[in-house]
Ligand binder design. Structure first.
Ligand code: ADE
Length: 412
């Protein structure tokens, strides 16, 4: 055990815990109801302080928990050490783990023979279906944290391959409206600023994708004084970006003027080698999507001379004489170079995760294999708890107002 590292991690976990009040309240209630008692829960999430709070809450509720990372670069080693050696919760993760180690670690989580899996990006669930089918009959179901994972699971479902129910936690309002938008908005810029120590004000910033994450990033970048351009493939979202006051254009055109390019589309090849050749000399590129395929770093690496110029910053020298800077090897910059979403955001996302785990335990005999959305009343419950922890009171409908809303011919 590395005592110093463990103590650093313990402090980070306790700091997060203080700022995750809703999870604290919900965890007490889940524990009292006892539905998670005795269940084995295998998790593959970003191993950092807020995730630790979720894992510990599930264990306090009576579950046996194992945790691996869902990304080779996102682990906070201090938190992993603290979970193992201070809290006695087994983790299988190391920052900078190789692809082989990554899959071995997911395998170690599955070795427990989970009743339930909690995933972020769907690698754990995919591995279970491809390589550990012997364990599937035992699995009640799973939860999925992120948009990319939900898209993958829906395509598994469409192919008739998904063999147990999975709750798309991402698709709950209290997750995507806040985590994807405000969480990614803040943490992606945090990661860029921590890695580069460069100014955003007055810079030309291209944001690829205007989903909830892209919206959040574009708005925060504008708030920092950036001059923001959005790229999109969806005409409706493109119009939304225009009406939100952003310039919209094609990546191949707008990259020539960009000081920063930030991808958040969930798809691959947003910045290819050929596109990168058109970039402005000195352009900084980073990715905030789940997988590291949005910027084609692999091809660029094979074509350029590459130097590490700062931690998480690599300089690519192209044959045409231009230099570009890629952060964190094109992996999600908010966790690879930063500390992930703020605790108050993960408070809501991970309360949703904890309630989703309880929902699966309760509904285990009723839910069919496939992707499920949580009942909307859970969104309202979490929002109500959040407002309470914020000390904010809101108005209530009177009976007369309720009746008015329920009638179709009053006041005409
Ligand atoms: N911290 C833990 N999980 C996270 C996620 N999916 N995104 C950002 N920060 C996180």
């Amino acid at each position: 055990m590395n005592k110093e590292l463990a103590e650093k991690g313990r402090k980070r976990i306790e700091w997060a815990r203080v700022h995750m009040k809703v999870l604290g309240i919900a965890a007490e209630e889940i524990k009292k109801r006892g539905k998670l008692k005795g269940l084995k829960i295998g998790m593959a999430l970003h191993v950092e302080a807020k995730t630790a709070c979720l894992a510990l809450a599930l264990r306090d509720a009576g579950a046996q928990v194992r945790l691996a990372s869902c990304n080779p670069l996102s682990t906070d080693d201090s938190v992993s050490e603290a979970l193992n050696s201070v809290y006695g919760l087994p983790t299988f993760a190391r920052k900078g783990e190789t692809s082989e180690e990554y899959y071995r670690n997911l395998g170690s989580v599955l070795e427990m023979g989970p009743d339930m899996v909690i995933d972020d990006g769907a690698d754990l669930i995919t591995l279970l279906h491809l390589e550990r089918q012997d364990l599937i009959a035992h699995v009640i179901g799973g939860n999925e944290e992120t948009t990319t994972g939900v898209i993958r699971l829906r395509s598994m479902e469409a192919d008739g391959k998904l063999r147990f129910p999975v709750v798309a936690v991402n698709d709950s309002y209290m997750k995507y409206l806040f985590d994807n938008r405000y969480g990614t908005g803040q943490s992606a810029l945090d990661g860029i600023m921590a890695a580069t120590n460069l100014l955003l004000a007055g810079k030309s910033i291209v944001v690829a994708g205007y989903g909830w994450c892209g919206r959040g990033i574009a708005n925060k970048a504008r708030g920092m004084g950036g001059v923001v351009t959005v790229t999109e493939v969806d005409p409706i979202k493109a119009i939304e970006a225009i009406m939100d006051g952003f310039t919209v254009g094609k990546m191949a055109d707008v990259i020539a003027n960009a000081d920063f390019v930030l991808t958040a589309t969930g798809d691959r090849d947003i910045v290819t080698y050929e596109t990168a050749l058109k970039a402005k000399d000195g352009c900084v590129m980073a990715n905030a999507g789940h997988f590291n395929l949005e910027i084609d770093v692999e091809t660029m690496r094979s074509k350029a001379k590459v130097n590490t110029v700062r931690e998480y910053v690599e300089e690519f020298n192209f044959e045409n004489g231009k230099r570009i800077y890629i952060l964190a090897d094109g992996r999600l910059v908010n966790l690879a170079a930063g500390q992930g979403h703020p605790a108050e955001i993960m408070d809501m996302s991970f309360t949703m995760q904890a309630l989703a785990a309880e929902y699966l335990a309760i509904e285990r005999t009723k839910l069919k294999p496939g992707v499920h959305i949580l009942p909307r009343k859970l969104d309202t419950e979490i929002a109500t708890m959040k407002l309470k922890t914020l000390g904010v009171k809101i108005d209530k409908l009177t009976e007369k107002q309720k009746n008015y809303l329920a009638s179709w011919n009053e006041g005409t």
